[in-house]
Write a new protein. Structure first.
Length: 303
């Protein structure tokens, strides 16, 4: 399939930050994929252990970015924080304290966006979870900073909050510093939450615009989905290999209202054809496909 290419995209992927080079290695990895933006976690997504910012090679990383005209990147908070936990206050306080440090790290590293899963109510009910999230955000955003928190749209598995735009709007309404809130629009999550981005993406964007404002979208996560619309599963698929498909994702990526919004791939790695025990990142080829509008058939590339 060939779709006419449009203007230059701000597109990249999740990249790692580990080893001796840390953030410098992240920039090198992003450049190897042909990306002009990227997303990182400041440490493992599954825990709160973090190295001092002085060990992250930030200056070298920023210099390499500047040499390659790469200006923007985003940071994702780990999965373990949960501002929606109104039942276990110790976990809630740990989440607040960790996110406060993460906002400081984000600013020192040079990003202006920290992506956050809003949280899960763990049985207390959505209303209690929303109150808890808003209270946590009010505490966190009371400290002056240039960093915004981008609440991610969720698939709705378990007791997740944020699978409906109305829930995100309710959080916005309760946060005093809502000018420092933004939205991270995840295509797989929105699809799995029951929004039809395959057949009627404009209606979906109109719904979000009516409730929150489409200008609040600061990041897109571009992922296909392994499950049908409304499944509430949250299982990412490679671009064009899931239930969303290549063309709907291409059209979202090239939507004229979001030209300057970073698009970040979080798609699964695929088996190495020469060694099935190894996996390879799909990002270089997927970025190329989404730039040009050309994706070969499955028989034309290794899977």
């Amino acid at each position: 399939m060939k779709i006419p290419a449009r203007e230059e995209l701000l597109i990249g992927s999740h990249v790692s930050m580990s080893g001796r080079e840390m953030m410098l290695g992240s920039v090198k990895e992003a450049l190897s994929y042909g990306a002009n933006t990227f997303m990182i976690y400041t440490g493992a997504p599954q825990n709160a252990r973090r190295r001092p910012v002085e060990e992250l090679h930030i200056e070298e990383a920023r210099a390499l970015m500047a040499q390659n005209h790469m200006e923007r990147f985003v940071i994702h908070a780990p999965y373990i924080v949960n501002l929606g936990n109104a039942l276990h206050r110790e976990i809630y306080r740990q989440s607040i304290e960790f996110l406060a440090r993460e906002l400081e790290r984000t600013q020192k590293m040079g990003s202006r966006i920290l992506i956050l899963h809003p949280g899960a109510h763990v049985g207390a009910g959505a209303a209690a979870g929303i109150e808890s999230i808003a209270a946590g955000l009010n505490e966190l955003l009371s400290t002056p900073s240039d960093v915004c928190i981008a609440l991610e749209t969720m698939a709705g598995k378990g007791s997740e909050i944020g699978c409906r735009f109305e829930e995100l709007a309710a959080i916005y309404d309760k946060v005093r510093c809502a000018d420092r809130l933004r939205i991270c629009f995840d295509t797989c999550h929105v699809h799995d939450a029951g929004y039809d981005i395959v057949h009627d993406p404009e209606r979906v964007l109109e719904d979000l615009d009516r409730l929150i404002g489409k200008e609040q979208i600061a990041v897109f996560h571009i992922n296909d989905s392994k499950n049908p619309c409304g499944s509430h599963k949250d299982r990412h698929a490679d671009i064009g290999e899931g239930c969303i498909g290549f063309e709907p994702l291409y059209r979202i990526v090239h939507h004229p209202d979001f030209t300057h919004v970073p698009k970040i791939l979080e798609t699964p790695w695929y088996p190495d054809p020469s060694d099935p025990k190894k996996s390879l990142p799909p990002y270089r080829r997927e970025i190329a496909w989404l730039r040009t509008g050309t994706r070969p058939s499955a028989t034309e590339y290794p899977s």
